[in-house]
Design a protein around this ligand. Structure first.
Ligand code: GLN
Length: 246
């Protein structure tokens, strides 16, 4: 039985707005197709993970305080994370985690949280707790050449700059900063985004894109994923896109 090994970073700390749901959706869409999902958590105090042993690394969102708590622990893995990214391991990073993979995150109190410097972007929160990018968001991205709308929810004070390759263009919502035309950061094996939701629960095509990338890379095959019955998910998406006029 083919399987995917998923490393779930800081599930006890980076758990804002139900981002754990992304792990549940990955597991569901793998197991429904007869693949095995091996999900291993890592948090402060656990033995160091070997990032290259995993097919996918996931980390969710967190408030400034939580980001400050784990940053010191995370930074010790800077080199092995960089090697895993260069090796093609898939990284799915939501909001607070997205920010910590850049150069730094300057919190709402003006405190600088050092990032992993895996990517060149950086994030600075506006020094006014009331000024946050909050609300539903729809972006358009391209997955394997196919334009795809991605639906989510954003809630971040951080404004992210110096993005070389965005995840998508904003159809509704803010994106990387207030009124930005672009959202997130995108490489063939990296999706870093502000979209909570949980992201994958609202976007089955995106989930399958990630699953296919990981399986193809691991087994060196062009694996065709058996379609699942997404009638409910698609009905929900239709209603949301109608509501958002996107
Ligand atoms: N604390 C960060 C910010 O406010 C990230 C928030 C989040 O993960 N939703 O921008």
């Amino acid at each position: 039985m083919k399987e995917l090994k998923i490393l779930y970073l800081y599930p006890d700390i980076l758990e804002l707005y139900g981002d754990f749901g992304n792990i549940q959706v990955l597991r569901y869409r793998l197991e429904k197709r007869g693949f095995k999902a091996i999900i291993e958590p890592y948090s402060i105090g656990n033995p160091p993970p070997n990032f290259k042993d995993y097919d996918l690394v996931f980390a969710g969102g967190g408030a400034d305080q939580e980001q400050g708590i784990l940053a010191e622990d995370l930074i010790q893995y800077k080199q092995s994370i960089k090697e895993a990214v260069n090796d093609g391991v898939f990284f799915l990073l939501i909001c607070g985690a997205y920010q910590l993979f850049g150069k730094y995150y300057k919190g709402v109190e003006g405190n600088i949280i050092p990032g992993l410097e895996v990517f060149d972007y950086y994030t600075e929160a506006i020094d006014d707790r009331k000024k946050r990018c909050i609300g539903n968001i729809v972006i358009e991205t391209e997955l394997n050449g196919k334009k795809t709308k991605v639906i989510g929810f954003e809630n971040h004070g951080g404004q992210t700059f110096n993005i070389s390759s965005p995840f998508g263009s904003v159809l509704m919502g803010n994106g990387n900063k207030f009124g930005d035309n672009h959202e997130g950061f995108f490489l063939p094996n990296v999706i870093a985004t502000y979209l909570h939701g949980p992201l994958l629960a609202k976007n089955p095509e995106l989930t399958d894109y990630i699953i296919k990338y990981c399986l193809d890379r691991k087994y060196n095959e062009d694996i065709i994923l058996e379609p699942l019955d997404d009638a409910f998910e698609n009905k929900c998406r239709e209603q949301l896109l109608l509501l958002y006029n996107c």
